[in-house]
Design a protein around this ligand. Sequence first.
Ligand code: ZN
Length: 257
Amino acid sequence: MSIRVTVWNEFLHEVQFPEVAEVYPKGIHGCIADFLNAQPDITARTATLREPEHGLTQEVLDATDVLLWWGHMAHGEVSDEVVERVYRRVMDGMGLIVLHSGHASKIFRKLCGTDSYMLKWREDGEQEILWVIDPTHPIAQGIGEKVMIPHEEMYGENFNIPKPDTLVFIGWFEGGEVFRSGCCWQKGLGKLFYFQPGHETFPIYHDPEIQKILTNAVRWAAPVAIPPVTHGNPDPIMPVRVGTAKTIAGLHEEKHV
Ligand code: ZN
């Protein structure tokens, strides 16, 4: 069965700015859905801000294993009701991949529990070197020790996020700043990945290595079979006894016979 993905994009820059539309004629969401759909084990659809309920009805979310999120200028327009709905699904096991300026989105801030919009930034089109910090991680498979990104908006530390469970990438920028560019967390039963590259004026999601990372991230974030979990006041657990237990003292004596 294939992994069911929804790629969410606010889809405003591509409509308002011709230089962005030129890079992403089908929108950032269209570009990402296209390369994910080229994988035999992934089925991707898209959703955008201006659709009813931002395209994220309960029905859509219930049929989503992994949600990708790109937003920048309209975080405030995302309704709290939809944010709560996405949050509940993450708690239940849906994977969430937050991209680039999505660090300031309502859903990421809620999951982080910190002011994750706080970081350094500079829009100079500097070179970024994306260093693989954890080469054993599933998201880094098939990637060399680093990815060269010719032009990217600089994001720099300090990035006000909770300590990641796993740090997979660190980005270095020409100006000297560094950034935790690929961070993993477990949130409830769901997996959360934040990935920094992806400023809208640069063709970053067209890069085969970036596509490989995001494809790996979808597979990593997809829910696994979860054994039934119960909460509340449990029934008494009946101990299972097999044979006769020996006391520690007995074992000790036996050893020295
Ligand atoms: Zn940006």
